[in-house]
Design a protein around this ligand. Structure first.
Ligand code: GAP
Length: 461
């Protein structure tokens, strides 16, 4: 399918219609940059998280899992640099007050710019080019000067003064909890450098212009790994981590031609190197996941600001050092959008056009749908329901006896169910087993009921 705005609209519409994703606070008119995951969406999201989690904490023995508290000592965000420098360049349309993100608008007209550039440099570029930028709402070119806008979201947790003093911040990025617990993990496990910590956690950002559905939101969830290595032993491991992350997407079905590595041109001062894995979203190639070589910045900062010694002592040589950190970080919403977008197809099967989500069986929200051929034959319904109950003990299954078989197939195709099992008269009268229909080919095979579980589990491995 061609890359068009239209494809994004189709995905948003499918997500709403079939209960994958809803606009946040929908019944109140919706809130920008916030989304709720519906019944099928939460299944897909959980399957993505589970595959990511297993890839690090189950298939590897050098990663440790973590789930840290969202709220942290406010000094954490000073140490991390977020209070001082976590900002995006903002400008306001003088006619209608619509806010734009300056670096993104410059990029849209082909000028190389990003939020890490010095404020003065961005302002100069903006001044020179703002006549080519139109306000997305009223079309005017009359903008206020670019200024930095801090993205941290404040809360009043534990502040009973009612005066809003001493804000406690919501996390601007999830990974800070990993740095805070580096020492705890070393002290409480057998972790030895090199090793990693994996965490999936929420983050909040006052994004100036949330956009493109799940791509840029104000509340997000980040799947992060931080890999701790000996100083200067970063290069080889960094390359391995980059490849592992790329291979992970491909192993779960993303088409390799829709993924690419892009190196950052502007590095933050402490970074040794930074690459993005970009995905070919319906709006074009853009950042899916960041892979950052962060040197010893994070632990050094937290050691300075907390007063706690975060040096690591090599158990074999006694050498003491602050480990360097290699980070991977991906927003779960962006990941979700990439997988849905890659799986979304329109094809024709048996002379009928259909929408089908060709998701890997590992990710599909429903693994198997079970149907009785006819709704008004109690013996078919009973047998199909018994099979559904049995399969439900080991996988997510749906029972459907509504409408004709063709309609039921279409419904399951749209949500990506890889297999549909039908109980018909041959099942009951001739003991010929059930039919299993393959989502992608439409082909059907007959399988004896006693072999059903092993057939399906093999197909899904
Ligand atoms: N700890 C590093 C960090 O937070 P980042 O590049 O700001 O780095 C990492 O974010 C990833 O989080 C991005 O690659 C993207 O997948 C996701 N992300 C960042 N901001 C986002 C937003 N506003 N909405 C959705 N996902 C976002």
């Amino acid at each position: 399918m061609e890359k068009t705005e239209n494809k994004m609209e189709k995905i948003v519409s499918l997500c709403k219609r079939r209960g994958f994703v809803f606009q946040g606070s929908d019944i109140y008119g919706g809130m920008a940059g916030l989304y709720d995951f519906g019944p099928y969406g939460v299944e897909l999201l959980n399957n993505l998280k589970s595959e990511w989690w297993k890839a690090h904490t189950q298939y590897r023995d050098d990663y440790y899992g973590l789930d840290s508290a969202m709220f942290k000592d406010p000094k954490v965000w000073v140490a991390s640099g977020h209070v001082g420098g976590f900002s995006d360049p903002l400008s306001e349309c003088k006619k209608c007050n619509t806010r734009i993100r300056v670096d993104k608008e410059l990029k849209n007209i082909g000028i190389s710019a990003d939020e890490k550039m010095p404020e003065s440099e961005l302002q100069e570029l903006f001044e020179a080019n703002k006549n080519k930028i139109s306000c997305p709402k009223c079309g005017s070119h009359d903008f206020s000067p670019s200024r930095s806008f801090n993205l941290l979201v404040k809360s009043n947790l534990g502040d009973f003064t009612g005066e809003g003093k001493d804000p406690v911040y919501l996390p601007g990025e999830a990974c800070q909890g990993i740095y805070l617990n580096f020492k705890n993990v070393v002290d409480s496990t057998r972790a030895k450098v090199p090793f990693g910590i994996a965490q999936i956690g929420k983050a909040f950002r006052n994004e100036i212009s949330p956009r493109n559905f799940l791509f840029r939101t104000r509340e997000l969830e980040q799947a992060d790994t931080q890999y701790f290595v000996k100083p200067n032993e970063n290069k080889e491991e960094y390359e391995k981590i980059k490849q592992d992350r790329m291979n992970w997407y491909i192993s779960l079905g993303i088409k390799p031609e829709n993924l690419k590595f892009v190196q950052h041109e502007n590095l933050v001062f402490y970074a040794k190197d930074a690459w993005d894995i970009e995905y070919n979203f319906p709006t074009g190639f853009d950042e899916l996941e960041g892979i950052h070589d962060r040197s010893d910045y994070d632990l050094t900062q937290h050691m300075k600001h907390s007063g706690t010694d975060l040096n690591y002592t090599d158990p074999y040589t006694g050498e003491k050092y602050i480990p360097w950190i290699l980070e991977t970080s991906v927003g779960m919403g962006r990941m979700f959008l990439a997988f849905i977008s890659d799986a979304y197809s329109e094809d024709s099967l048996g002379g009928e056009t259909r929408v089908v989500l060709k998701l890997s069986p590992k990710l599909a929200p429903i693994k198997v749908a079970v149907f009785p051929l006819l709704k008004n034959k109690p013996e078919l319904v009973e047998r199909a329901y018994a099979i559904y109950k049995e399969l439900s003990k080991i996988m997510k299954v749906e029972f459907d006896d509504n409408g004709n078989i063709g309609k039921r197939y279409r419904r399951q195709d749209e949500i990506g169910t890889p297999f549909c099992v039908t109980v018909d008269f041959e099942t009951l009268e001739k003991n010929e087993g059930v039919t299993i229909r393959d989502r992608d080919t439409g082909e059907q095979v007959r399988v004896q009921e006693k072999d059903l579980i092993s057939y399906l589990t093999q197909k899904m491995a």
